[in-house]
Structures are given as C-alpha cells and as structure tokens.
Design a binder for this molecule. Structure first.
Ligand code: EPZ
Length: 436
C-alpha cells in the first residue's frame, strides 16, 4: 500500500512537486490484465464491519488510497485492523469512538457510510458532513431521511451529523422507505442500519448496483436477513446481532471497463481476468455499438476484439443503465470515433471537467449544460493535462495511450484513489509510460 501518499492533509503536496505520469503514444497493447477487487464494494463493506462485534476477514481488497483512508477512519473509531496482502482482518468488538474524525472524513466521501452501522450498533453516531467534491454537491439528505424514518433523531450542527436513537433499547425500528432517487450510498446506509433494527425495513426505488448486492451478500454472510438486493426493492428483517465472516469482494467492473476502453482506443486485442461479465453489460453494449466486439472466453474472462471506431450516444443512468463512472473514459474513446456522438451526464451535475483537458489534446467537443457533443478527429496529440477527478484521470491516461507524442498527466492523487498499480498493469500490456 502506497503509504507515502497518505498525509494528514493530502493537499499538502502542491501540483508542482507532485509526481506526473508521462505517456508516449500511440501505443498498441497485448496480453491479459488482472482486475482487482472493487473499490466501491470494499469501502462500503469495510464500513459494514462496524455492524459486527466479531472477527471479519475480507479478501480481494484493492491497495488504493481510498482504502487506506477508510482503514484510518475505522482505526480512529477504535477498530482493530490488520492487512495481509489483499486481505483485511477487522475486529470491531471495541468501538471506542462514535465520532469519525473530520480531517479523515473530509478526504473520503465514502466514510459517511459509517453512520448507518454505528447508529444501528450503538444507537448514536456523529459523522462530519462529507461536503461536495469535484463532480457535484453530493448531499446526504436521502441517507438522513432514511435513518429518521427508522426512528433516529438527526441534527446537523457545526458540519457534524449527530444521530441518536431515543428509548432504552436504543434500537432503530424497521420502516418502509421510498427513495426519491436510487442513490447507491443512501441504499447502502439504510440497508446496513436495518440489519440490526427491530422489525422489517423495505427500501423502495433502491439502487441496484452490483456493489449494493455485494454489500448485501457480505451482511448476509454475517447472518443478516436481506432479500431483493440488486433489484429496486430491498427487504431487511432486523436481527439481534451479527457473527464473524470471511468474505471475498467482487472484481471492479469500472476498472475492467476502463481496460476494455484501453483496448478499444488503441485498437488492441486484450483480455481481462477476473470479471463478472453481466456487471459490464451496459459497457459491453456500447463497445459493440462503436464497432468493437467483446468475447466471453470463460465465465470470468473477457477478450476485447478491436474495430473501426464509429460514433454513438451515451446517457449515464443508475445501474443497469450506462455507469457515470465510465462516462469520461468513453468520451475519450469517442473523440477518436468516426462521426458525432452525444454524451449526456445525468447522475452528477459537474462531471464534464475532463472535456477541457481532452480539447488540449486536439479533441473536438462542444458542451451545453450536461450534454457534450463529441466530433471524432483522426488523431489526438500528446499534451500536458490536469486530472480533475478519479475517472477524468483515467480518461486522460487512455487518451495519452492513443495520442501522438508525449502526454504528461498531473493530479495523480486522483488516479491513485481508485486504480491499483495501473501503470504496472499497462506496462505489462506493452504501454510506454512512467511516473516521474
Ligand atoms: C457511489 O457514490 C460511488 N461511490 C460513485 O463512484 C458512483 O459514481 C455513484 O455511486 C453512482 O454510481 C462509492 O460507492 C464510494 P449516489 P454515491 O448516492 O453513493 C444524489 C467513483 O468514481 N444524492 O448514487 O455518492 C447525488 O448528489 C465514484 O468511484 C442526493 O441528492 O452516489 C448524485 O447526484 C464517484 N442525495 C446522485 O444522487 C443523497 O442523499 C447519485 O449519488 C444521496 C445522493
């Protein structure tokens, strides 16, 4: 784990003395890449261990900056954590603190996921508001309303969300909750809180993302009673307590999607392993529309067959719609596709910041509100570019692989948040790049 990058204030490292990634293109890739465990599952499941007063062993955990931060947050709450290769041994018997530290929470939005488990387990939780980030305001009103429906008193003072349950049992009560929007985070918070509540909870218009289902399977492996995860209606019957477990996390569908696009944008036949193909259905469908093919080699291995790239339209939606976390990478691909493509970002209000950087590389993109019209160009040119968020950084790396000449990507702390050893993996596929 790259501890060197976790500082008390990650902004301490100014852009000028931060490492940059130099990429020489155009390059062709070949071979097979190993896909790591899913970041967005790992973060929610790590928070979920707070529900259990026994040992939890979680394997296939990626080595990422965000995972490192969640480890620090759990440790600050008094949780014992030990990492061995890709496995975390976690024991949350003694939760000493019910307040998550601001300086850590402010660096990791997903840390807000601890509020549900802390409240369910202890009847009280104090978690700083995560605040907005580069891609949007990202409020937590749906999380809070869900917990209030289960009987929690919730107030927000000085930027801290105070939640507690009145009454002697201090237990949450089951409730019927209908989400205004199928928020991944709110679904996960409410589902985790409901596992130890009195009675039954129904979550209507729930998020159906594979990471939500993975979290539900993790909770069930500890004895939780959850039905319908992966559909738009989840039913949880609360239990008294949960027991120890040994749980492997699913492969990262967004990392897999990013490598599929790496193959497509460099016209390279590459394979990915392990993946869960159905998790990638919306991405594979669009890759076929732009002229590539994706072959299922065995139930866990995919092979990309490159093709002449043609334009298509993308609209990001909650799962099983096209994932917003693949929008930037796909836009990079469409900059080199024959014709005009329309990319509409409907999930986050500020997730087109990579457009300006792709334009530096010669892309022809016009933006109006949340819609970008991408006119394919014959080639991209290498240039110095700045990553503005996690998936934007991946898009710039992909564009750099296809561009003529040298691309220099700054803002790598974004990339390190969500991609495990991406440079080594790309080098193993034949890419010419280095971090300096
Ligand atoms: C999760 O974020 C992922 N993060 C995001 O991945 C992903 O983009 C997102 O789901 C959508 O798929 C993790 O799992 C750690 P949401 P989350 O709640 O839970 C609004 C990446 O690149 N909303 O489904 O925060 C919100 O503002 C990251 O790996 C409310 O209005 O996403 C947004 O517009 C980025 N009120 C929309 O819903 C709420 O209380 C979707 O947010 C909650 C959300």
């Amino acid at each position: 784990m790259k501890e060197t990058y976790i500082t008390t204030n990650s902004q301490a490292l100014t852009e000028s003395d931060s490492p940059v990634l130099e990429i020489w293109g155009p390059t062709s890739l070949k071979g097979e890449v190993r896909i790591s465990g899913a970041k967005n599952s790992a973060l929610a499941i790590m928070a979920g261990t707070l529900l259990c007063s026994d040992d939890c062993r979680i394997s296939n955990v990626p080595s990422l900056m965000d995972v490192g931060r969640m480890v620090q947050i759990l440790a600050a709450l008094g949780v014992k954590i030990n990492r061995k290769q890709d496995t975390l041994e976690i024991n949350a018997t003694e939760i000493g603190q019910t307040q998550a530290p601001y300086d850590l929470v402010s660096q990791l939005r997903a840390s807000f996921f601890v509020i549900g488990p802390l409240l369910a387990r202890l009847g009280v939780a104090r978690v700083p508001l995560p605040g907005g980030c580069a891609i949007g305001a990202r409020p937590v009103d749906l999380h809070v309303r869900g917990l209030q429906a289960m009987g929690a008193e919730v107030t927000i003072e000085h930027g801290i969300v105070h939640a507690y349950v009145k009454g002697s049992s201090r237990r949450l009560k089951g409730a019927s909750i209908y989400l205004d929007y199928p928020s991944v985070g709110a679904t996960e918070t409410i589902m985790m809180a409901a596992t130890l509540a009195e009675g039954e909870t129904t979550i209507g218009n729930a998020a159906q993302e594979p990471e939500v289902e993975d979290l539900a399977n993790f909770c069930r492996s500890m004895g939780a009673k959850i039905r319908g995860a992966g559909t738009n209606t989840i039913i949880v019957s609360g239990v008294e307590r949960l027991h120890s477990t040994d749980y492997p996390i699913i492969p990262d569908r967004i990392e897999a999607g990013t490598f599929l696009v790496a193959g497509a944008i460099t016209h390279s036949p590459i394979s990915l392993y392990p993946v869960i193909p159905e998790h990638l259905s919306p991405v594979i469908a669009k890759l076929k529309e732009v002229g590539c093919n994706v072959i299922l080699e065995d139930y866990k291995r995919l092979r990309l067959v490159p093709g002449e790239l043609r334009a298509t339209d993308i609209e990001t939606l909650p799962y099983p719609g096209f994932p917003t976390d693949m929008q930037a990478q796909f836009m990079a691909l469409l900059t080199k596709s024959e014709g005009n493509s329309m990319v509409t970002e409907t999930v986050f209000e500020n997730r087109l910041r990579h457009v300006a950087e792709l334009q530096r590389m010669g892309a022809d993109i016009k933006v109006k509100g949340n819609v970008a019209v991408v006119k394919g160009v014959p080639f991209l040119s290498g240039a110095p570019v700045m990553a503005t968020d996690l998936r934007a950084s991946a898009a710039l790396v992909l564009a750099g692989l296809a561009a003529r000449g040298k691309t220099v990507v700054q803002g790598l702390h974004h990339l390190d948040r969500g991609y495990e050893n991406i440079e080594d993996k790309l080098r193993q596929l034949g890419a010419n790049l280095q971090r300096v």
